[in-house]
Design a protein around this ligand. Structure first.
Ligand code: NAD
Length: 274
């Protein structure tokens, strides 16, 4: 290819990116934990960007409501499902779900491993069951989901995956041993997935939210949330929309040279050292 053609192609590429920045046409995007909070907002943003988000969640009732929210025009009689009840901590469940998605929508092009659960307990009070449940959902579930998604993407030699870690995966705090360990593992799993899948055209990145106003924070006291606000540079909590904006960027072609990275979305909370 001549230098001039190469330059022209790159110029055209930039123009195409500028006119359609997200470029999610014909994309099929399973999102876990999609019935609530951050996952639900990611689905809203994907839908308005022209993608076809598929909602995966363990809570059937909340999932039905969320599917109606994202696809109000599709009634119960729609031949295609847009919501899948799945426990992401169960490998067989996840694989069966991806088989059903392939039959009903074709191969997935992008994917968001967002489902998570949190458990607050002093390490001396944390039981084996509590430890294993957090690991099953927050770590094993991310692995099962990303592996299944990558199997859809690799034949096309193209795809992008985003995982939801947490600032708890970069720093620790009291009474969060299982949660912090699971999210720290997601950060490094994301790097390892990026290295295995990059040569096959698939990018994998993580977001690490700080304190975001979602149902997950509903048990936190007002005093605790006020304390968190004061520890951010921006003096406020984050929103699910602010997390979803970064997830869309990482999924999109705008992030075509970004992989193995974790982007912190915490209003500057982890920027401080005091
Ligand atoms: P949320 O509680 O509002 O939503 C979580 C969703 O995940 C729920 O709909 C729940 O039913 C679903 N889910 C839980 N276990 C599941 C399983 N085994 N299989 C399928 N679905 C399951 O929480 P959120 O705040 O939106 O959290 C989303 C992600 O963001 C989680 O991974 C969480 O750890 C992470 N995160 C949240 C915050 C925050 O402050 N809200 C901060 C950092 C990271």
């Amino acid at each position: 290819m001549s230098q001039q053609t190469n330059h022209q192609d790159r110029k055209n590429g930039i123009e195409a990116t500028e006119s359609r920045p997200w470029n999610f046409d014909n994309s099929v995007v399973p999102v876990t934990g999609a019935a609530s909070g951050i996952g639900l907002f990611i689905c809203r943003r994907l839908r308005s960007a022209g993608a076809r988000p598929l909602l995966l969640d363990i809570d059937a009732q909340k999932l039905a409501d969320a599917v109606n929210d994202i696809y109000p025009e599709h009634g119960d009689s729609s031949p295609r499902r847009y919501g899948y009840v799945v426990d992401t901590g169960n490998s067989a469940d996840v694989d069966a779900c991806f088989d059903a998605i392939r039959r009903e929508h074709g191969a997935v092009t992008h994917a968001v491993a967002n489902a998570g659960t949190s458990h607050a307990a002093h390490v001396l009070e944390t039981t084996d069951d509590q430890w294993h449940r957090v690991m099953d959902v927050n770590l094993n579930g991310v692995f099962y989901f990303c592996r299944a998604a990558a199997r859809h993407m690799v034949p096309a030699r193209r795809g992008a995956i985003v995982t939801t870690a947490s600032i708890a995966g970069l720093r620790a705090r009291e009474e969060r041993a299982a949660y912090a360990a699971s999210k720290g593992a997601v950060v490094n799993l994301t790097r390892a997935l990026a290295l295995d899948l990059g040569p096959m055209g698939v990018r994998v990145n993580a977001v690490a939210p700080g304190i975001i106003q979602t149902p997950m924070q509903s048990n936190a006291s007002t005093a605790a949330l006020e304390h968190c606000k004061e520890r951010t540079a921006l003096r406020r909590l984050g929103t699910a929309e602010e997390v979803s904006n970064v997830v869309l960027f990482l999924l999109s072609d705008l992030a075509s040279y970004v992989t193995g990275e974790t982007i912190v979305i915490d209003g500057g909370m982890t920027a401080r050292y005091n």
